[in-house]
Design a protein around this ligand. Sequence first.
Ligand SMILES: [Zn+2]
Length: 253
Amino acid sequence: MSTRVYLLDNGTLAIDMSFVTWNHGHGTEYRFPVYAIFIDHPQGKILVDTGFDKAWVERVLPFEKPRQEPSQTLTAQLALLGLRPEQITHVVNSHLHFDHCSGNTQFPDATFVMTKEELRHAFVPETFERLGYDRQLVDMPSAKMQLLDLRGYEYELVPGVTLIDTPGHSYGHMSVVVKLGSQAPMVFPIDVAWTRENLEHRHPMGLHVDPLQLQYSMMKIQNIADRIGGKIFLPHDAAEYPTYRKAPQGYEG
Ligand SMILES: [Zn+2]
């Protein structure tokens, strides 16, 4: 069996454009997609990120105007592939902002993979990060955890699926690269660059812990993609998202 990758559509959120392109675009609303990534690998059924919960956003951050049809919940998206939550073996959290981890508790049988640094910050965020985190979303005392300490390095979770240390947007952020047999590797910067504008112009998003570090992480991801001939899939680019295949369609090598 070869590796297959599926993008699980999770709906959309809206923010002011100045959060996307720091200090530019004030007063313009940007509605952006959110998706999770499912990697069907011979050594595991791996979910990268678990999306947002509409009710949570409506309660805590109503100004982000969440839109999510019943068919766009993570469990509904997995059902498109004939999967039940208990079949997921690994949940990788790129970082623990609410739109990347709100479905975690739906996968009690999985091993959760994230950086130690990120988990610490989800519990005790800086004051300016507080809207991004909610410790109740990630406080799972009985969950199996694989806490990574990457510090500039990368970690191959299973052959061909590599987690890369890319801080700047958050302290313990990871990007993901997936090798496919005959097709170009898939490079997921995750929140190193929300949009093409961020990546190509090294224009940091307005949400970050260290904008300079974020720019270094952008360069790192671009260099990796260039070196391996990878295709970059951006996490929140409203213009590019319609060109990506979504579950039940997928990418396979
Ligand atoms: Zn984020």
